[in-house]
Design a protein around this ligand. Structure first.
Ligand code: SAM
Length: 285
């Protein structure tokens, strides 16, 4: 199944047409498939969670390089297709379900599914993500009880750029990614590499889990409580957005900002992770 024609022929023989509502843009370009899988730096010791295998174009490469693959697919039409296509691979578990409703840690620590005898599980995530769930899936994975050591996802190019952004273009998404991981764009994929071609280009982001979060001295919960408040009203000065988001009078928010060494007139997207950390600590104190 190297090219577009062969993939389409197999799918249409089964009466399967891509469903827009499920974000089904299949990657038909073998060069970019190879780059996504190479970015995961897999070896026989690796267990991989693939989100949305679709017709299995990445799954095939993952199975050749990883020790174990767990592929979660929501579209019931594709399950028999995948089971038949990969019948010869005992190291693949196909799970029919919605990734957002599954406990990722539970899944990857279940020996019957992920083949891992030991808990906590160590695994990688590889996915050409359905665009409509990108925003929800990334925190779902990165904030799992036992998160992946490495995550490689294909997302819309603009989303990829937001994930790795720096001040003055920070967002809650960038903080969510960079608090837990070192992230970089490892490939750019033109829309024409997919079938059907989406309206926008894509990029592949690799996120390597940090040994410790980017900020010490506060929990993720404390950090993101303050960050969410700050980003609650993005166009406003932090003094006001923080006050509204945390439910305190503006002078109190201003005092916390000054204690953290942050000018109260600045806007949320201009703060570095370290400044958010200092602010979260000031609020805790
Ligand atoms: N991996 C294939 C590829 O690279 O061509 C397919 C990628 S396609 C962009 C996204 C896949 O995710 C589709 O097969 C779709 O059915 C599946 N999907 C959509 N929503 C899902 C969900 N909530 N949980 C699991 N899979 C989902």
């Amino acid at each position: 199944m190297a090219g577009k024609e062969s993939l389409l022929a197999q799918l249409s023989a089964l009466g399967i047409h891509p469903r827009k509502g499920l974000g089904q843009n299949f990657l038909v370009d073998p060069v970019h498939r190879g780059r996504i899988v190479a970015a995961a730096q897999l070896g026989p010791e690796d267990a991989v969670l693939e989100i949305g295998p679709g017709p299995g174009v990445l799954t095939e490469l993952l199975l050749q390089q990883a020790g174990r693959v767990v592929a979660v697919e929501l579209d019931d039409r594709l399950i028999p297709f995948l089971c038949a296509r990969f019948a010869a691979y005992p190291n693949l578990s196909i799970v029919h379900g919605d990734i957002l409703k599954l406990d990722v840690t539970g899944l990857m620590s279940d020996p019957a599914i992920a083949g891992q005898p030991a808990a906590p599980p160590s695994y990688k995530v590889v996915a050409n993500l359905p665009y409509y769930i990108t925003g929800a899936v990334i925190p779902h994975v990165l904030e799992a009880g036992q998160p992946p050591v490495l995550t490689v996802v294909t997302v819309q190019r603009e989303v990829a750029e937001r994930m790795i952004a720096r001040p003055p273009d920070m967002s809650l998404l960038a903080l969510g990614v960079q608090f837990y991981c070192n992230a970089q764009i490892v490939d750019r994929i033109p829309a024409g590499a997919f079938y059907p071609a989406p309206k926008v280009d894509s990029a592949v982001v690799r996120m390597r889990r940090r040994a410790e979060p980017a900020v010490s001295g506060v929990t993720g919960e404390q950090f993101f409580r303050v960050a969410r408040a700050g980003f609650g009203q993005r166009r406003k000065q932090l003094r006001n957005s923080l006050a509204a988001g945390l439910g305190v009078p503006p002078p109190q928010a201003e005092a916390w900002l000054r204690a953290a060494g942050v000018d109260p007139q600045r806007r949320a997207e201009t703060l570095t992770i370290d400044e958010w950390g200092a602010l979260a600590k000031a609020v805790q104190a």
